[in-house]
Design a protein around this ligand. Structure first.
Ligand code: 13P
Length: 263
């Protein structure tokens, strides 16, 4: 982790917690962060609830000035119109979302989202003042066929080629085989791919973008393995699934500077 990039610990709740449960959860999370004297200047913590929870969570964050940023899990390529069931980036901006996930492997698999769709969604996010978190990662088959970096680098290149230099994005490297498996990549494996992703940004968008863009690792992140990732030069945070639904575990991950310094 380079000192100039503020680390981001992002909790992707996926399709868990309805709006009533989200209120109880965020209240507990806020209390636990306060209790543990969490330093929100040092580390940014984001929550990514389902669409139906966003208004409730936004209201809590605003009312109590909580040290949390808000993001959504997906958006439409369109801004308005006859697109039943889709959600516009402009609606997410109006709910004060800072971020939106794009191209999570579960969306690529469940909804056949390809690189063109992801590029369209990243453009829609940027057009609406949201920072997209572009998720990239290889499957087990990709890993066997092409090695670790090729597929994530190609996925990132496809999107970078479709947006102007200087666009503010976050990249999340999530090897599909590590998601929900309990088998995280090793810090060395993750660092190698994250370095390749940063070099791709350098080639396509220049040095400033390469140095300022945050690259997260995701896939079976826990409080017991976060420190190993965060010590690496090219990993600037984590996209956390299962462990983000456990308040104590998520707070322990957000407090990784404590683990890094005691190790
Ligand atoms: P897990 O942390 O449950 O492996 O999920 C990772 C993920 O998909 C976050 O987007």
């Amino acid at each position: 982790m380079a000192t100039t990039r503020r680390p981001l610990i992002a909790g992707n709740w996926k399709m868990n917690l309805n709006h009533l449960q989200s209120i109880a959860f965020v209240q507990k999370l806020a209390w636990a962060l306060k209790d543990k004297k969490f330093n929100g200047q040092e580390v940014e913590v984001g929550v990514f609830p389902p669409f139906t929870d966003l208004r409730s969570v936004q209201t809590l964050i605003n009312a109590d000035d909580l040290p949390l940023t808000l993001g959504a899990q997906d958006l439409s390529v369109h801004d308005e119109g006859a697109h039943t069931g889709d959600i516009s980036g402009s609606f997410l901006s109006a709910l004060e979302c800072t971020y939106v996930l794009v191209g999570h492997s579960e969306r690529r698999a469940d909804h056949h989202e390809d690189d063109d769709t992801c590029a369209g969604k990243v453009q829609a996010a940027l057009r609406n003042g949201l920072t997209p978190i572009l998720c990239v990662g290889e499957t087990t088959e990709d890993l066997e066929k092409f090695g670790a970096s090729k597929v994530p680098v190609d996925q990132l290149s496809a999107v970078l080629s479709a947006i102007p230099q200087g666009s503010d994005i976050v990249v999340a490297y999530e090897p599909v085989w590590a998601i929900g498996s309990g088998q995280a990549a090793t810090p060395d494996q993750a660092e190698d791919v994250c370095r390749a992703l940063r070099e791709t940004i350098r080639t396509l968008h220049g040095d400033d973008a390469a140095e300022s863009t945050r690259i997260l690792y995701g896939g079976s992140v826990k409080s017991t393995n976060i420190a190993g990732f965060m010590k690496r030069e090219n990993i600037d945070g984590a996209l956390v699934g299962g462990a983000s639904l456990d308040v104590d575990e998520f707070v322990a991950i957000a407090r990784f500077p404590q683990h890094v310094s005691v190790e």
